[in-house]
Design a protein around this ligand. Sequence first.
Ligand code: PLP
Length: 438
Amino acid sequence: MYPDPQSRSKALYDRAVASLPGGNSRTTVFMSPYPIYAARGEGCRVWDVDGNVFIDCINNFTSLIHGHAHPRLVEAATRQIALGTAFGLPTESEIDLAELLASRLPAVDQLRFANSGTEAVMMALKAARAFTGRPKIAKCEGAYHGAYDYAEVSLDPTPDAWGRNAPVSVAYAKGTPENVLADVVTIPFNDPDAAVSLIREHGAELAGVLVDPMPNRAGLVPADRAYLEALRAVTRETGALLIFDEVITFRLGYHGAQGLWGIDPDLTTLGKIMGGGFPVGAIGGRAEVMAVFDPRHGKPALPHGGTFSANPVTMRAGLAAMELLDEAAFKRLDALGGAVRDGINTAFRKHGVPGRAVGLGSLLKIHFSEREIRDYRSAYVTAQEARRQAVFSRGLLDRGILAAGYGLMALSTPMTSAETDAIVAAADASLAEVAAAG
Ligand SMILES: Cc1ncc(COP(=O)(O)O)c(C=O)c1O
């Protein structure tokens, strides 16, 4: 249930706006007129400060693959906290996690840890520049990769800024320097011919091509294999590095998206689920490329520090989370995701509401459109679609389901068919409201 104006959530928000601009530290948790404040979580449920309980389909924006307070993760983290939370020395924990991740990801020989996906993407782009000696990067229109200036170019261009044909580089934040825009080549997602010709055009200056194989903000539709193969071929041809942002897609399979698609990038960025619920990021790749970080022969090509990088609490919780996430767990998550997508798609048809659920594995996104969704532009919501999305989201909340306001859902291993049935039933009832509202 969305809390009423007499609720503790509302009172906390009134207090928050005095000390936090807009009342919070993350635009993503902003909710109008006020957000729901969390009190605690357990398994796949969250309790708010007013005692309401929700099935959590946000999972901290996909980062909690085992839900909340999983006993094995609590044990791993608290054991380490008692031994010390961070040292000015390396610990064995980062070797353990690096070995596990490298053993799972086909294109990763070595890794470096960081504290967020933003930082991982920033270091990957800097690594591409350091390795190639070139200044520019290419990224897909509408794809989110965190807050590094270069990575957030053309994240949300409005139709009036789309340009005639090929995407143009558009600032996301006010104050983005023109030089940043000049050093970013924006390519369309899932259009191999256009992407290849732009990459060739800037070939001699291009250090890296950054791509998320299933970009959430650009529709959460999987990349066509032909698209990723074209990016792999053209980056080999021009000498740019291919960088897969797997901060979210590492959720899709035991060997990541690179394993699912069977394509080896030169660099991979990770974050979210691999930290076991703690802040985390990582950059991995071929040893030859990762050598830019190597300090054994004097100042490295790319110095990389970070006071909390590879802190042992995150490393130990991350290792426990990854050990729990075996191939059987992925199989279960795929089945849960399939059941929710199928159930919601049936409900769309039943109520005659245009739209569908897309996604793969434990991730899904609701679109209120029958257009073929292939990229940012085809996923771009009309005013009517946004209104329907808002009615639907509120309907889910009132029925005890937490999902991102823009239609993203991420499932977790503690869920069973009881929860997926409850999610589908809530979606069905909410779609009836959407149909009634027109
Ligand atoms: C694909 C992708 N890359 C990078 C990031 C940035 O990660 P973080 O929020 O940990 O900085 C995100 C965050 O949602 C993401 O979805």
